[in-house]
Design a protein around this ligand. Structure first.
Ligand code: ADP
Ligand code: ZN
Length: 530
């Protein structure tokens, strides 16, 4: 056993390190700058708490979560490690004690709320201290590309200079490569060790079910719930209205269902949360307001009834399934039209003052989310690549997502009505390229007299009515297959529009045959081992 492991057992009572911990700790002790991204619960705190006990002088930890700070300080004190938290909620006497301890240079760890950083008096107090390590917790808050940007965090670079540039350890549970780069730049990390690990969740079966209508989504949800007769389920919806609508539709499903969103009174919310936690409510339908601080390990399934706004948000919500390590499922019911709901949120965000660039960033994140939902490869690998967890992605596909279990089979279309329909769609899209969404294109081709069509003069377009007599879901399904086989793509910077790809153009020109995904009969859900 090496010295570090001995130290771990002696001071922290753990038998060994978890993946990534030792590497980070060794780099920190060697005074290297480090950025580490590990999911919640993996044990990030140890990565600085252990070095803090070995380094001379003080370790300063900047963290925005006061409750969490206090928990940590308490547990450190139980282990006889001198730690304090400094934040605006501190009573005067406690504050005096902190100041005194700092003066006497008796502390090993100082937790700091970000808004404390710019207080000149406080900096004066810190300046004479030997700070051996600056820790930035929730480091994604420094990036506008992160999901929780905090302007206070921009001052961290300055704090680091004030503290005579100690080595810096940045930690977060969620950072895409873009956010990682932002963190490194804003904190001026010098050739940092970047350790991203732990994002694989081997017990989760990830899948995406394409739906062409809301009715189909409800059907799919019922089938999913019937196949998960025992065990808790969370169903996420994008809006409060959808939450209530979905909850109301679940009254015939086994087990009690309830709903949760920010529009409920505080007592109602904590009641629902409590009922769910105890298992009195089996199915919880909720907006993304639900989940922070929930600690339920036996959630067997998380369904996204609507597509979420980013892969980070998705994986965080889906990741609430199967915390106990037993098999659990995460399903997205994806209908192209939902992109519009997210687009609405983006436009609302863009109206907020001082949010320049926010809409662009949200749109880019949404695009990544749609790309995930439309992906052909292993879902787990897609997620690992998204977060840049190269160590885990090197281990290969998961073997239990929908793409692994049921890989898409591409076949050459043999002609007939479907091919005629596909050609009409490609023709229609190529003429209106990049201007309209799926619904409008489909309705135009079907020769609809809907206001939205007539008002845009689409009834005078060549191609109008080419698919008269076709049913809307059938045409939408063909559009979806054309998207899946890369003949069309859904894109757009204002709202989602359909565009034709190079492959689509070739097919239309007749230079390549139509090769696309085999249309399968709607699968019946098999009950899974619980
Ligand atoms: P994070 O900050 O990554 O969300 P924490 O640092 O709060 O995670 O740690 C999560 C839990 O794991 C804590 O209860 C902690 O005591 C425990 N833990 C951390 N490292 C180890 C280890 N090497 N062995 C066993 N338990 C550990
Ligand atoms: Zn897979």
């Amino acid at each position: 056993m090496n010295d570090l492991t001995q130290h771990l057992q002696h001071h922290f009572g753990f038998a060994g390190f978890r993946p990534g911990q030792e590497e980070v700790i060794r780099a920190v002790l060697a005074r290297r700058d480090v950025l580490t991204v590990m999911p919640t619960g993996q044990g990030k705190s140890l990565c600085y708490q252990l070095p803090a006990t070995l380094l001379p002088g003080l370790t300063v930890v900047v963290s925005p979560l006061i409750a969490l700070m206090q928990d940590q300080v308490e547990s450190l004190r139980k282990r006889d490690i001198a730690a304090v938290a400094f934040h605006s909620g501190l009573p005067d006497d406690e504050r005096e004690r902190v100041i005194q301890a700092l003066r006497l240079q008796r502390l090993k760890l100082l937790y700091l709320a970000p808004e404390r950083m710019q207080h000149e008096g406080f900096l004066r107090l810190l300046r004479p201290c030997l700070v051996s390590l600056l820790v930035v917790d929730e480091a994604h808050c420094i990036s506008q590309w992160g999901h929780n940007f905090r302007p206070d965090y921009m001052k961290l670079g300055h704090l680091r200079v004030e503290l005579h540039r100690p080595p810096c350890l940045a930690l977060t549970a969620t950072a895409t490569p873009r956010v990682q780069t932002d963190i490194c730049e804003r904190l001026s990390l010098q050739e940092p060790l970047r350790l991203i690990t732990g994002f694989r969740r081997p017990n989760l079966g990830l899948s995406v079910r394409r739906c062409v209508s809301r009715e189909e989504k409800f059907e799919a949800l019922h089938t999913l719930l019937r196949s998960t007769e025992s065990g808790s389920v969370i169903v996420y919806c994008a809006t409060r209205r959808a939450v209530e609508e979905v909850a109301a539709a679940l009254d015939r499903v086994p087990g009690r269902a309830a709903f949760y969103h920010a529009g409920l009174a505080d007592e109602e919310r904590s009641q629902v949360q409590d009922d769910f936690q105890r298992g009195a409510v089996r199915i919880l339908v909720a907006t993304n307001a639900f989940g922070m601080g929930i600690d339920k390990s036996d959630v067997r399934m998380v369904v996204h009834f609507d597509i979420p706004g980013s892969v980070e948000a998705y994986y965080q919500e889906a990741g609430r399934a199967g915390r106990d390590g037993r098999p659990a499922r995460c399903v997205i019911l994806f209908q192209e039209r939902d992109i519009g709901t997210q687009e609405f949120f983006i436009q609302q965000a863009a109206k907020e003052p001082g949010e320049q660039g926010q809409a662009e960033r949200m749109r880019a994140l949404l695009k990544d989310m749609v790309r995930y939902a439309s992906g052909m490869a292993c879902r787990q690998l897609d997620i690992l690549n998204y977060f840049g967890d190269t160590a885990e992605s090197a281990l290969g596909p998961c073997g239990q997502c929908d793409r692994c279990l049921d890989p898409p089979v591409l076949v050459e279309a043999k002609g007939g009505a479907e091919v005629e329909c596909a050609r009409a769609v490609l023709r229609g899209v190529s003429r209106l390229n990049g201007r309209f969404g799926v619904t409008t294109i489909v309705e135009m081709l079907r020769g609809s007299r809907a206001k939205a069509i007539l008002a845009r003069g689409l009834d005078r377009y060549p191609g109008y009515g080419d698919l008269r007599g076709w049913r809307q879901p059938a045409v939408t399904r063909i559009v979806r297959r054309l998207v899946a086989s890369d003949h069309l793509r859904i894109d757009g910077t204002e709202y989602p529009v359909v565009e034709i790809t190079a492959t689509g153009m070739q097919m239309l020109a007749g230079s390549v045959p139509l090769v696309w995904q085999e249309e399968r009969p709607v699968q019946k859900e098999q009950p899974r081992e619980q």
